[in-house]
Write a protein that binds this ligand. Structure first.
Ligand code: NDP
Ligand code: GDR
Length: 370
């Protein structure tokens, strides 16, 4: 039985990847951080009672900022594959916590590679590094491929640039099977609540159910190449199954503005919007509401711009060229953007219908998360 170790197992991708690897027959080990609250909601469905025999899903306390902890876990597990998904992954927050971001996203990657080398596992253990389209940052005007030079535009992207190159360097210097997946944005019902797509689908569900008046967003002009996380974790696994270690861009090849994502999410509850004004003065109003389950008032203002969400340096356009992955890995995404939006909206409507019932019964105070 193959053993995999996943850092960041409690995150969006960690949860989908763990599920996929368990389905494929792996023994799956994950590193979770100690937290004062439970932080395993996304993987609770995979939990196995450690008192049982033949348990295939195991969690270890750890942190990418702690080399000794990383070395000990890798020594204990002796993994065939490591997926390094752990990161301070929020671009806007990386401007507030640049040093921590460098420690975890940059040096954290080195800690994994160096642990494998020091433990003499270079022949046995294959390593996947979660690289990102944010590496392209300031590159504009054409689809970004494995050959496009990088231009990071945030402390997050600069830290990930180190992670990218140290992975390439360990491959070249020590012959390690270490690869970068340069993944463009991917979303799902498990997406963190403060990333823009999930923030939008949560807000639209709540507005439709009468639980919230409007949503505040930052720059809605930027364009992103969005896929579904379920499709993207499949690509991570494929990258580690090749004969030779290589880096791959994973993307859909379609780019869409945040404004259009908002339109698509509202369309899921039968609401059509009109955007008026420009820049920080831009607002969106309801022009029609055709679904009686979501009786949003015509004329209501449901979106405003809040400068707090602007970034000191923005990435205006991301558009990936996944040709190499499609030909060499035979990878094909199953979800397009319309199917992704539908999946996220369905899940968030279910979530808030439940909350609505609990709130009506006086069992829950509904909060508004940014
Ligand atoms: P999430 O933010 O959902 O998950 C991040 C995971 O990293 C969580 O499990 C988090 O733990 C863990 N983590 C954070 N800090 C540390 C630390 N110091 N030590 C150990 N673990 C830590 O991210 P995603 O699942 O969306 O992304 C997975 C990876 O892929 C990340 O590296 C991200 O940067 C990268 N990426 C993501 C893309 C996307 O569109 N989703 C695109 C390209 C790359 P906790 O739950 O306790 O916070
Ligand atoms: P991104 O994702 O920065 O691309 O990084 P995010 O969803 O945070 O932002 C996408 C775009 O939306 C704009 N935006 C807002 N963003 C947030 N979070 N909140 C808002 O209110 C808002 N309004 C507008 C942003 O300015 C940006 O242009 C994600 C992360 O998962 C990274 O870890 C990953 O590496 C990249 O995707 C690929």
């Amino acid at each position: 039985m193959k053993k995999a170790l996943i850092t960041g197992i409690t995150g969006q991708d960690g949860a989908y990847l763990a599920e996929l690897l368990l389905e494929k027959g792996y023994e799956v080990h994950g590193i979770k951080r100690r937290s004062s609250l439970f932080n395993t909601q996304r993987i609770d469905n995979l939990y196995e009672d450690p008192h049982e025999k033949n348990v295939r899903f195991k969690l270890h306390f750890g942190d990418l900022s702690d080399s000794t902890n990383i070395i000990r876990i890798i020594q204990e597990v002796q993994p065939d594959e490591i997926y390094n998904l752990g990161a301070m992954s929020h671009v806007r927050v990386s401007f507030d916590e640049p040093e921590y971001t460098a420690q975890v996203d940059g040096i954290g990657t080195l800690r994994i590679l160096e642990a494998v080398r020091l433990l003499g596992l270079t022949e046995k253990t294959r390593i996947y590094q979660a690289s990102t389209s944010e590496l392209y940052g300031g590159v504009q005007g054409h689809a970004q491929s494995e050959l496009t030079p990088f231009y990071p535009r945030s402390p997050y992207a600069v830290a990930k640039l180190y992670g990218y190159w140290i992975t390439v360097n360990y491959r070249e210097a020590y012959g390690m099977y270490a690869c970068n997946g340069i993944l463009f944005n991917h979303e799902s019902p498990l997406r963190g609540e403060t990333f823009v797509t999930r923030k939008i689908t949560r807000a639209v569900a709540r507005i439709g159910l009468g639980l919230q008046d409007k949503v505040f967003l930052g720059n809605i002009d930027s364009l992103r190449d969005w896929g579904h996380a379920k499709d993207y974790v499949e690509a991570m696994w494929l990258i580690l199954q090749q004969e030779k270690p290589e880096d791959f861009v994973i993307a859909t090849g379609v780019t869409t503005s945040i404004r259009d994502f908002v339109r698509m999410a509202f369309a899921e509850i039968g609401v059509e919007l009109e955007f008026r004004g420009e820049g920080v003065a831009e607002r969106a109003f309801v022009v029609s509401a055709s679904n009686p389950d979501y009786p949003v008032e015509v004329g209501k203002e449901v979106l405003s711009i809040d400068e707090r969400y602007f970034r000191p340096t923005e990435v205006d356009l991301l558009l990936g060229d996944p040709t190499k992955a499609m030909t060499k890995l035979n990878w094909q995404p199953k979800y397009d953007l319309a199917a992704l939006v539908k999946d996220m909206m369905t899940a968030d409507i279910d979530l808030f219908r439940r909350d609505q019932l609990l709130a009506e019964g006086g069992h829950l105070v509904l909060n508004y998360f940014e």
